[in-house]
Design a protein around this ligand. Structure first.
Ligand SMILES: Nc1ncnc2c1ncn2[C@@H]1O[C@H](COP(=O)(O)OP(=O)(O)OP(=O)(O)O)[C@@H](O)[C@H]1O
Length: 463
């Protein structure tokens, strides 16, 4: 049967309806300490004060009574037509308890938006209090590099709304959009000069000890390992946000590649060695390639893969190497296939690389877990490394020498530059102060990578 209609019969609308009077809504909100969660702006054309933005989950949003586009007429009986937005904000900030608004409703917003599930990893530090561009500092959300943000709204091209992942407080805050941040970051970069990691590591770094070689060429005092890819390219990458998703490795699935980075001499080999000893069935390292002649006691595919120079060069051209370099006329390198070989044995592959290499490894195949091994304070370095030796590379045999004050300073300096330039790629930072503490921390972190949820780029889970 057709539904009965209970609507009352309405009289016809009068012809002389007064828009201004009839469409006005009086809204009463009780405001405690919490901000209202709305921003206002003046319409350039009409001069009207409009609700510019409603913060998701804020007081205004939860009331459901105020909407973007509503025109504000009065606050607590005070007309706002002749007021500057700053003055109105001051009135709002000062009032406590019930606030009365008189508004002319704008066009209704689409109310079907449900809570969005977009997560971004912040790749930079942000403090709205230092941001001259933000329309309202109090509405801003501060965050640190590495924080996971749930993006609540991307409606505005310049200011997104976000909250910290897992934060029970439903109130969102304003953050600069990716596009906006990229634009102004690029502008800022063009006027400041970043310290170059390349020149700083030229002296100290060279071959990783993974290649079991000393680091410096004695005669030229030059890095044996020259970056083949321009680091200028890195400067063009603007770290803003990266869309991420929770990923948990399925038991039985291949392990994520464990990548260690840090200044030379910080103890990456030591940490790798300890991991290998702690569980040789579980952890493994890659076998490097070399074009040097095999020594008698060596076996092909054990210490090195021994290959001919022209084959090595072909492999270079075919992008088979993660890193490679030349030392005394011979090539040494770590191939992608040597990593694959470890992973396909269902072992955890421990790899230390130069930081600019990380981005080439960040693929769905390897899902690298990047650990930055960081030096403690220079005082602690002096204390803890009192009896330690470093392969100085000052002589051909690469004999171990005690650390010098220069070594410590170089380590701290390089670490700072690495963190500034590549910090957004580090998922775990381990300060190698006391070695056994650092080792336990690393082992725990690697255990968690195998069993717990971690945020990874969405692109890694699509394939
Ligand atoms: N926390 C620590 N306390 C004391 N000594 C340490 C600590 N960590 C590492 N060392 C010592 O410092 C020296 C250098 O460490 P290691 O060879 O592991 O450095 P590395 O980072 O692998 O350097 P590279 O690969 O560039 O040669 C070693 O003698 C090591 O035993």
């Amino acid at each position: 049967s057709p539904p009965e209609r209970y609507d009352p019969e309405l009289p016809p609308l009068p012809d002389d309806i007064d828009d201004d009077e009839d469409s006005v809504k009086i809204i009463r909100l009780v405001k405690n300490k919490e901000p209202l969660g709305a921003t206002i702006s003046r319409d350039e054309q009409t001069g009207a004060i409009l609700i510019a933005r409603i913060m998701r989950g804020g007081a205004a949003d939860r009331s459901g009574l105020i909407h973007v586009g509503d025109e504000l007429k009065e606050v607590n009986g005070i007309p706002v037509d002749d007021k500057k937005p700053e003055e109105i904000i001051r009135i709002l900030a000062q009032s406590q308890g019930a606030i009365t608004f008189k508004v002319v409703p704008g066009l209704k917003e689409d109310a079907t938006t449900k809570e969005p599930k977009v997560y971004m990893k912040a790749l930079f530090d942000y403090d709205p209090m230092d941001d001259k561009a933000i329309p309202c500092k109090e509405a801003g959300l501060a965050f640190k590099k590495g924080d996971i943000l749930q993006i609540m709204s991307q409606d505005d091209a310049t200011w997104w709304q976000a909250k910290h992942e897992g934060d029970a407080n439903p109130r969102a805050g304003l953050i600069p959009s990716k596009q906006f941040q990229e634009r102004r970051f690029a502008l800022r970069r063009s006027v400041t000069t970043l310290p170059s990691l390349r020149s700083s590591t030229r002296r100290a770094s060279g071959f990783r000890r993974s290649f079991r070689l000393s680091r410096k060429d004695k005669k030229t005092n030059k890095s044996m390992y020259e970056c083949k890819k321009s680091e200028l390219y890195d400067m063009a990458d603007v770290p803003t946000y990266e869309e991420v998703t929770a990923y948990r490795r399925q038991s039985g699935a291949k392990h994520r590649l464990v990548v260690l980075v840090g200044p030379t001499g910080i103890g990456m080999n030591e940490l790798k060695r300890k991991l290998l000893i702690s569980d040789p069935q579980h952890f493994s390292v890659t076998i490097p390639h070399t074009t040097r002649a095999k020594k008698n006691q060596e076996n092909d595919g054990v210490e090195y893969h021994f290959i001919a120079k022209h084959l090595f060069e072909t492999d270079i051209h075919n992008n088979k190497f993660i890193e490679y370099g030349e030392y005394k006329g011979n090539y040494y390198g770590t191939s992608l296939d040597s990593v694959r070989s470890v992973l396909s044995k269902h072992k955890v592959c421990l790899l230390d690389v130069q930081p600019h290499t990380i981005k080439h490894l960040r693929t769905a195949e390897f899902k690298p877990f990047v650990v930055f091994v960081k030096p403690p304070s220079i005082e602690r370095l002096r204390e803890t490394r009192k009896n330690a030796k470093i392969i100085s590379g000052k002589d051909d045999k690469g004999t171990a020498k005690p650390f010098t004050e220069d070594d410590f300073q170089e380590m701290v300096r390089t670490a700072q530059i690495m963190e500034t330039q590549y910090g957004h790629l580090f998922e775990k930072v381990i300060v190698n102060d006391d070695l056994s503490t650092a080792f336990s921390e690393l082992r725990l972190a690697l255990k968690k990578v195998e069993t717990e949820n971690h945020w990874v780029p969405v692109s890694w889970t699509h394939s």
